[in-house]
Write a protein that binds this ligand. Structure first.
Ligand code: NAD
Length: 240
């Protein structure tokens, strides 16, 4: 399998490391000073690539999708913060017929944790006396607060708590990569679920899993669609 990286910063480099360990060839790396182009040379260099993997900056995403469409190459998007351009990106993907997978968090563990949190909320929202809460702890350099992951957990729990907003508390201190807790506290006891990331490798593994999955598919997908194929159990719905 071959990929090309759009964005070669902290995440791009980890994707390259994990790709090497998995026998996936990185054929090219595009950056701010050398963005992805659709000229003949790029077309030749990228022939045979399974997908482009984008961990860059939000403002570059729409142009990258247009270039991927022009090159007829599938795209895995890890870049966050381009929600306001979502409709435009979806439309380009739909019109061109290329496959796109995006996720704000490509960690397999976090994506399983979303489901666990939701299942716990589904059970405990039916009982009186359990107060739900979410906690998010990240290193001192993280700018956004709450994290996108905490917000996604809150969104999923809201399916079971209706109007009642599940509170999030955040800590930005120290060097810990990322920890999320989901708790339910009653007068009798506390139930605590924890996800603790050790490094960025799990994110890169998930992005490469998405590359393998999108090969030969079209349409706009979330990483949850990849996970649904990988783990077709424990989902809401008739068979859940
Ligand atoms: P970084 O600042 O270390 O790297 C950004 C890279 O993007 C740099 O190589 C820069 O040259 C490149 N870039 C800028 N403009 C570009 C353009 N027009 N074309 C191509 N490349 C361009 O950032 P990072 O920590 O690697 O994170 C990148 C993005 O990924 C951020 O949006 C971050 O929030 C997101 N992220 C997502 C996940 C996930 O699981 N989805 C995980 C970690 C980070």
């Amino acid at each position: 399998m071959k990929v090309a990286l759009v964005g070669y910063g902290k995440m791009g480099r980890v994707v390259e490391e994990v790709a090497a360990a998995r026998g996936v060839e990185v054929v090219d790396r595009f950056t701010r000073s050398r963005p992805l182009s659709t000229g003949d040379a790029a077309r030749r260099a990228l022939s045979g690539v399974t997908a482009l993997v984008d961990f860059s900056v939000p403002e570059a995403v729409p142009d990258t999708v247009r270039a991927a469409a022009d090159l007829s190459l599938p795209l895995v998007i890890g870049t966050t913060g381009w929600q306001s351009r979502l409709d435009e990106v979806r439309e380009v993907a739909a019109r061109s017929g290329i496959g796109v997978v995006r996720a704000a968090n490509f960690s397999l563990g976090v994506n399983v944790f979303y489901r666990l949190a939701e299942q716990a909320a589904k059970l405990l929202a039916r009982l009186d006396g359990y107060d739900p809460f979410i906690q998010d702890w990240h290193h001192r350099f993280k700018l956004d607060s709450p994290s996108g992951t905490a917000l996604e957990i809150q969104r999923r729990m809201a399916r079971h708590y209706g109007e009642r907003e599940v509170p999030i508390t955040c800590q930005r201190a120290g060097y810990v990569p990322s920890v999320h807790w989901v708790g339910f506290d009653s007068a009798a006891d506390t139930i605590h679920l924890e996800h603790r990331a050790r490094n960025r490798r799990g994110l890169a593994e998930g992005a490469l899993l998405a590359v393998r999955w999108i090969a030969g598919r079209s349409g706009f997908h979330d990483f949850q669609d990849v996970l649904a194929d990988l783990l077709p159990v424990g989902q809401d719905g008739p068979s859940g």
